[in-house]
Design a protein around this ligand. Structure first.
Ligand code: BT5
Length: 334
């Protein structure tokens, strides 16, 4: 199956991104094998997603503004050749959910390492079918992993992804902490969530889709009022916009390094020290929902398997493999 949704658009964006001056209509028609009218239609559709062009009669078009969308020709120059993720990369102005698209395409042969992105998600998903608000300006993307791993290693996929995001944000001066197991916080509020969905075959994960959502370049006022006490955006918390294609390339590069650990048999254990150093969950009161049960206590450690150790009021320690950490209200408002 051919997954390329609009190859002409990507090649056109690449031409504009690489050009030092105006690109003539003739050059575009010749290179892309399309009529001038077809090119003009592509230019109009790029304008709708934030590109601004200056047209000079007889000379051609110059891109005055190239928006920092997560498009292949804008991400690729930042991605080292040896990185296994991000090629191919499929961008769309709108998708219901990049995870849903990636899972659907995975069943139709999408290759390992492919990335699906969208400028806006209309049906973004969190865990347990919760909705994930995904306006323009965020980073909404999913990575397909086809290297089978044992089912009991599956939690590592999320833990390692959160470390990749943390490293990439730290590199551009965004101080991010990890909240076990799948959140990234800036200034104590959630700016990123990770949703890993997988198809297992017996004891093995056949393929997994790692969905990552980052509230990047939009003001937190665009998040629903009822979550703003615990969620923010990088733009609001740090006061600057980030270069999204470059940050995506860095995340994919870090993810590649970390997932090679899994393939080589080392998993979370080899980066546990780094993870703990940036995990803000330790030492705090937590309420963890595990199925229908709520476990209350103090988070004291994360073990080599990535499980959270919680000390209960009467002194016993519980090892929690999955679930979610909800900070108790008193801690949260501290
Ligand atoms: C997550 O779920 O944190 C996983 C989010 C994964 C989103 C990515 S975007 C690309 C890919 N495609 C998808 O469809 N999903 C993935 P969870 O821990 O269950 O958190 C969900 C809860 O966070 C919601 O119930 C809201 O309370 C809150 N929330 C919703 N949108 C948010 C946002 N943009 N920022 C922070 N919190 C949000």
């Amino acid at each position: 199956m051919n997954f390329e949704e609009n190859p002409v658009r990507d090649r056109l964006v690449e031409m504009f991104a690489k050009a030092s001056g105006p690109v003539s209509g003739e050059e575009m028609s010749h290179t892309l094998g399309l009529s001038r009218t077809a090119i003009w239609k592509q230019i109009k559709s790029l304008e709708q997603v934030g590109f601004v062009f200056a047209a000079s009669p007889r000379v051609g078009y110059r891109a005055v503004t190239i928006p920092d969308e997560l498009m292949a020709p804008l991400v690729d120059p930042h991605l080292p050749l040896a990185v296994a993720f991000g090629r191919p990369l499929f961008w769309a102005a709108e998708r219901a959910s990049t995870n849903a698209t990636a899972l659907d395409w995975a069943a139709k042969g999408l290759p390992h390492g492919a990335v699906v992105t969208a400028a806006v998600q209309t049906g973004g998903k969190g865990r347990r079918e919760r909705s994930w608000v995904s306006p323009q300006g965020g980073m909404w993307f999913s990575v397909l992993i086809r290297q089978p791993c044992a089912l009991n290693q599956a939690p590592d996929l999320t833990l390692l992804a959160s470390l990749a995001v943390r490293r990439a944000l730290a590199e551009i001066g965004v101080p991010a902490d990890i909240k076990w197991p799948n959140d990234i916080l800036v200034a104590g509020k959630k700016v990123c969530g990770i949703l890993a969905q997988m198809r297992a075959d017996g004891e093995w994960v056949d393929h997994a889709v790692i969905g990552i959502g980052i509230n990047a370049n939009f003001p937190e006022e665009r998040l629903p009022a009822d979550i703003r006490h615990r969620a923010t955006t990088i733009f609001s918390a740090c006061g600057f916009a980030i270069e999204r294609p470059r940050v995506l390339a860095t995340i994919l590069t870090e993810l590649d390094k970390l997932y090679r650990l899994l393939a080589s048999g080392e998993g979370f254990a080899s980066v546990r020290g780094e993870w703990l150093a940036h995990c803000e969950t330790m030492g705090r009161s937590v309420e963890v929902a595990v199925g229908n049960e709520i476990v209350r206590g103090t988070a004291i450690d994360v073990d080599d398997q990535g499980s959270l150790l919680v000390k209960l009021a009467h002194g016993d320690v519980r090892r929690l493999h999955s679930g979610e950490v909800l900070f108790s209200e008193s801690e949260h408002l501290r």
